[in-house]
Write a protein that binds this ligand. Sequence first.
Ligand code: C2E
Ligand code: CA
Ligand code: CA
Length: 833
Amino acid sequence: MNAFYVTLISFNAFCFLAILLSGIRKEQPHFIGLACINILLLSFNLLSLLLLNTTDLQRAILLSKYHLSCLIIGIPLYYYVFGKWSKFRFTRQATIASAIICLPLLAYNLLSSFSLRYGEAPVLVEYVTLFGNLANVLTGQSNAYSAILHVVSSVMGLFLIYCSIKLYRQRLTFVSLSLLLTMLLQVSFGYTGYILDSQQSTFVYFGGLPMTVMSIFTVLHIAYGYSRQSSKLIIEKKHRDELHELFEQLARLSNESGNEDFFIDSTRLLAGYCSADFALLGIIDKADATQITTKVAVKYQETISNFTYARSGTPCEDVLKTGACMYSENVDVLFPDDQMLSDENIKSYVGYPLTNENKQPIGLLVLLFKRTLPKSNNLGIVTDVFATRLSAELRKIQLEEELKATAYIDYLTKLPSRAKLLHVINNVYSKQRVNDTNSLLLLFDIDHFGEINSKFGYEVGDQVLKIIGKRLSSYTSHSVFIARNGGDEFAVLLSDIKESVDAVVNTHWTAIKAIVSSTYLIGSRKISVTCSMGAVLLPHKLDEHFDIIGSAELALTVSKKDGRGHYRFFDPQLMSKLSQNRNIELALIEALNKNKELSVHYQPKVNIDGQLVGAEALVRWTSKELGFISPADFIPIAEETGIIYQLGDWVLRRVLYDMLSWKEKGLVLAPVSINVTASQFDDESFAEVLLDAINSFDIDASLIEIELTESGLLIEKERAIAQLSILRGHGFTVSLDDFGTGYSSLSYLSALPLDVLKIDKSFVDGLDDVKDKELVKTIIAISKSMELSVIAEGTETKHQVETLYNMGCELFQGYYFSKPLPAAEFCSWLPKT
Ligand code: C2E
Ligand code: CA
Ligand code: CA
């Protein structure tokens, strides 16, 4: 018996802890109340145990008082706990009312000299229990108070039965049944108590047992709740992980797949995840909006060939009209006209629209199942995500196509654009490798097109280009592709050439010339133009570094340099020259920026007696990377790239610096001529800079001669003349270099503000030739008549000097007298003051 009680008490302690913890965690006050009941139960059972083992009457009465107190205190708690649990509306009121009733009972029980339950003069009776041990039990006459207590307990019993019904209705079946069972037990134990009290039984009174059982059930209920919740959580987490993985895969597809692969891969991915029997990615036909054509069709995870179907009578129609649709069962019955649904025995359907940027449907994503779908599923969410992603991809492609279409047409001439040309070149490349034929790219442009623009305005220029575009478009055929490469440049791509390449180029060149040069009538204006062309043969081995258009452009540039109006073939040597020039350009920039590798040499100019009359400053460059480079090689590059301004400035300052240091050494300065190319006059501040420089070095203007190359002067003649006049006004002298080699005419010569003519070395070299000799004579005569002094350059022999002297030339420059010398050596030519 004792062991049984100890077990019971242990259960009470355990249940107290379990229920209290759960009550705190879930913030459920009725569980905390139930925990309190368990404490009372524990005390109740402990007291029962003590009571059964006591032989002292007074002690038994005291114990019995406490024992009953536990029961009385418990009553309002029961109201509170089960009222709240079963969501009884008046729990609070019932609890308070019961407490008000119980309070005087409790007070009476504790304060009177005997226990409420046994009334006055109880006796302690010893008996042998069914466990075979001796136990003591109090018995006595019940009084009015104990009757009240019975009534209160019975009302509570009825309330609890009511609560159990309420709990049952709230689907808390387990709790409800355990409460009901507790009630039954309580009634039967109440009865046992009664017959025990009347000493008619050997039973042991286990008044705390029913509620202990109830508590155990509650703990079981809580534990079950937890396990169910945690398994629910595990399932939810698994779903979440799967979804996460799915979306991650989708994101990966977006990055890795090409456009078309992306549609196939993602549709298959979705079908796989949803275990769909069919997955369709359908696009509304552009030509016939009543039809849908699949872009991807997947059956049992495998792609099948695409097909077209009519929208009407299918759930797809609803999707396109009203948005996403899901039929979890009987879709084949709902849409009897949909042949596919009935043929394939489809039971359920999920469809999401694919939309354009204006949210208009352009197609749809469909999942079909041969099974019915569970009521709650996440297929909608998943399909929605996929549909959104696919819509975005479709939009991207559409945009790309639109862009391509505009990028492929030249807006002005309506001919294919450069982008299209590149595309076609690539195609031709791959084709010619298969066919073993030749392909040619011809690139031509209008000679002096800039002049048309500047003379007549850009509108006229555009008109000319438009007309050319129109004329050329009629020249296009299946083997002749024509595009505008940009500006006034047009490209003709000839593929599938089986004849001699030269013959083909000649034929087309003749045709192009005829097309381009026939007169343009724009308004009342008649314009005629010529053109130049570069040609390049497409290589048979694809070389990534070979730039076809670039090569044709190069050939075109060369043909223009050669004088316009004809064509040139691309020569690979041109290319290497180009890259060589680029190296020179970069190295020269570096040399200038770091003020290294460059120097100036001085070549004496003398009279017939070999006496110094002046010197020519000649720049020298020994590059660390490229070695010695002649100014004849790098000056043209400097001119083309614009480095000439910086270089010219550097030479000028170097010369002035050297002259200043000679002066400081006490030497008599001789005039130094500085070479100036015509392009340097493009800089309007040229004269100003020069004046500032001589002032800051304190060198007299009369000691500086400007040597112009004749060839460059034709262009920008006016600007050059203006600047030269200013400089001459300040005392500079001006000489014309290489005279006789260029385009000079007498009228041109007379317009230039000049002091000196320099006979070019080529004439000096050819003095033995009668024709050259005549020319030199003429030059000397002209200079005399124009009152210009004349000097011969490149005189290498005594014979040359004498011949020239006899012809009237009195000044000389050349190896015969001296090579160009470094500043330090040259200064020995200068006399001391
Ligand atoms: P240029 O002005 O006609 O210079 C004369 C060139 O002939 C110099 O070549 C000179 O060294 C060379 N020369 C002189 N006498 C003889 C001779 O008896 N026999 C032979 N074979 N050659 C002789 P360099 O120095 O190579 O200059 C080449 C060209 O580079 C110059 O031709 C000039 O146009 C240009 N240049 C040189 N320095 C400068 C410069 O500082 N600025 C500019 N803008 N151009 C320069
Ligand atoms: Ca010169
Ligand atoms: Ca010269």
